[in-house]
Design a protein around this ligand. Structure first.
Ligand code: EPZ
Length: 420
């Protein structure tokens, strides 16, 4: 397994360009199942999770082609198979997002239950209830969801929780259902809006994009065309935290500042200076960090996907911070590893109490999930001495060349391939 070695102490300086949003590209790739004509996606990041979704699409007989510069081409074919197998779905939960488009397009689907992961049980009950409202018949057996629905019909759907994936699954299915659907308590994440904008570009009729009530007028078919995926707000926020916590001066380009407002505000509360001009976010880190209280919330609240990264910064704040995780039941896997670096963190239920310490000290640590891995890399940037992060394959799922981007900002970061 690859590992990353970081020698702490560098103040990051310079510009960094974020890649396309993983969590927008994945549902949009699934949505190409609905299209009758070729689709060209731009700004698709080169990530392991994107590879996984491509393999899933190929299972159905869809032809795909990846080109340099983030181009992803899809040639829809008559779907020949309708099963997303366990060995692919277990690697990436987002594979489950093919259920809605597959059954809407072909009337049938057999998709493995995604199973849990490091951050929680991650059930799919909200997805299933929403699709059943559209007339999809669903049975779960032997770890697979068997779905049938030759003629989906529009319905009023109220989600128990603004689940990102459930909103995306049912939104995709509703575009080809007969009649109007209304999806209430819909997730408002920018990635959900990006999917909706893609569907509209392909001929879907959707109103209320960006709000928690989506109105969908079913259409006969979706065409094809070109679409550019939005920038990755979580990657942008990761670099914002990196620039702040190293006391550096980092400008993030090609981001969408409006998608990052809660993290920008929280970093300002901590004492960093953030200027937003012409779509660029400039972060200047303070010499001292104020402690804060932060609770993760559905968008536009503070994103759960940036919680671990902010916690890494709070380990050296001047005082005690409280980090409350309200979205997932087990998203503190990074805490024990930060403590190995000398952080003073105790967990009380879904809260982490982070008492600031003067500094962290380098040590070998273990990554456990995607965003926890990013937090450990950031902690290594400020720890004294060397920090070795193991199991960095977690990182490759969601960050494109993060060590190269950090090195270009002046970080002392080196990746060692397995066996080196
Ligand atoms: C998406 O996951 C993102 N993944 C996650 O990013 C992100 O953390 C999450 O949304 C929340 O913002 C992708 O978009 C590919 P949810 P998703 O359904 O859709 C519970 C990353 O690091 N729930 O909004 O799976 C669930 O257990 C990843 O990039 C149900 O109970 O998240 C969780 O507690 C990690 N039943 C909460 O809702 C359901 O049917 C939010 O989950 C569905 C969800």
């Amino acid at each position: 397994m690859d590992r990353i070695l970081i020698r702490g102490g560098s103040r990051l300086q310079g510009e960094v360009q974020v890649s396309g949003a993983k969590n927008a590209a994945l549902p949009i790739m699934a949505a190409t199942i609905l299209c009758d004509e070729p689709v060209t996606l731009e700004n698709v990041p080169n990530l392991v999770d994107i590879d996984s979704m491509e393999r899933i699409l190929c299972c159905f007989g869809i032809e795909t082609k990846r080109e340099v510069g983030g181009i992803f081409r899809v040639e829809p074919k008559t779907l020949r198979w309708f099963e997303a197998p366990y060995d692919l779905v277990r690697k990436m939960r987002a594979s489950f997002f093919v259920l809605g488009p597959l059954v809407a397009k072909s009337g049938q689907a057999r998709v493995s239950m995604p199973g849990g992961c490091a951050i929680g049980r991650r059930p799919v009950d909200i997805h299933i209830k929403a699709l059943e409202k559209l007339g999809v018949e669903i049975a779960v057996s032997h770890g697979y969801v068997e779905a049938h629905g030759l003629e989906l019909r529009g319905a009023e759907i109220v989600l128990d929780f603004p689940s990102v994936g459930a909103t995306e699954n049912v939104l995709m299915a509703a575009t080809l259902a007969k009649g109007e659907s209304v999806i209430r308590n819909a997730a408002r994440e920018p990635e959900v809006s990006d999917l909706a904008n893609f569907l509209v570009a392909m001929g879907a009729k959707i109103e209320g994009i960006g709000t928690d009530v989506l109105h969908v007028q079913g259409v006969q078919s979706l065409s094809g065309g070109a679409y550019r995926v939005i920038p990755d707000r979580i990657e942008a926020e990761t670099f914002m935290v990196a620039g702040a916590m190293t006391g550096g001066d980092v400008t993030i380009t090609d981001a969408t500042p409006d998608h990052c407002t809660s993290v920008i505000e929280k970093l300002r509360q901590i004492g960093a200076r953030l200027d937003v001009t012409d779509g660029k976010i400039r972060v200047q880190g303070p010499d001292e960090f104020k402690p804060v209280e932060v609770s993760t919330m559905p968008y536009p609240g503070f994103p759960t996907d940036s919680q671990a990264q902010l916690m890494a910064l709070l380990t050296i704040a001047k005082g005690t911070s409280i980090v409350k995780e309200t979205i997932f039941e087990n998203r503190f896997m990074h805490v024990s590893e930060l403590v190995r670096l000398g952080a003073d963190i105790t967990i009380d239920g879904n809260c982490a109490i982070v008492k600031g310490v003067p500094n962290l000290s380098g040590s070998p640590i273990m990554a456990s999930d995607l965003r926890a891995s990013a937090a450990l890399i950031l902690a290594g940037l400020i720890a004294r001495g060397e920090t070795e992060v193991l199991r960095v394959y977690h990182l490759d799922r969601g960050y494109e060349h993060i060590e190269a981007k950090l090195s270009a900002l002046g970080a002392n970061v080196e990746r060692f391939r397995r066996g080196q």
